[in-house]
Design a protein around this ligand. Sequence first.
Ligand SMILES: [Zn+2]
Length: 313
Amino acid sequence: MFLRRILYMGLIFLVLGLAVLPLVGCIGVDEKDPGEKEGEGLSQEGLQIVTSFSILGDIVENITGERGRVDYLVPLGENPEDYELLSGELKMINDAHIFFVNGFGLEGMMEQAVKNVTDTPVVPLTQGMTPIPLVGDDAPDPHLWLDPLLVAGYVDNALASLIELDPEGEGVYRKNAEEYKVRLKELDNWIREEVKAIPPKNRYIIISENAFKYFGEAYGFQTEGIWELNSHEEGTPQQISRIVELVKEKEIPGLFVESTLDPRFMEAVSRETGVPIKAEVYSDALGKKGSGADTYKKMMRHNVEVLVKGLAR
Ligand SMILES: [Zn+2]
């Protein structure tokens, strides 16, 4: 995926000349029959799949195996919530057979941009699942992927779409999906065992964006963010003093920061409370190659390891 991203950066420059076209019409969308996308070019290169961000890319790649090419859009250090697509990325989506997104509002800006310029199907992998609402808001929290058992739902949704696009691959996709779901279940069991080392009174995940609700729900943690969602207002003095009070009151032993966010807000909380930032966790992106968190499974294991280390005593 990584090499492909670099290749695509080149492509982006090539198509920059097309950048103004969306303003005046459909970018590169040929007049196509509705059914023409299905099966297009499958014999040579397999399915061309684009996902909104890296975590979905890894999940889907586990199902497609060698039968397709999976790319993702949001770079590893950035958040899907406020990401604006480049014109070359719109072209990538347009050239793909399918664009998988998370849904529940995560890709608000991307989805808007895409709908007007392409007939590539946009499929949310959380389709049919039940969200937890944001705190103080009716809107759903989109971070369902932080619970591995919910990722099994992502797998089922992706599987259905892949079979529809490439019926000949059904056997391969089903086998890969089943195997991946077994690994997700193993990951869930492993997490359950590991977190036992953290005393219940210390089971607080304090982080910049309150993205760990589904994880907390599954494994018995309270979670609090300085803010609720990255596309909302981030790091106001009121938000920071609220967390400072909470950390003092609950005598929370450790704070965490995300790989995709500016740590300065949590550093302010740390200074005011005297409670250390224990580690970096991955919520909205995989880690870079060599980080030990470059797949969904490794990223989750990393998160659990640092939570245990930071909160158990
Ligand atoms: Zn997020």
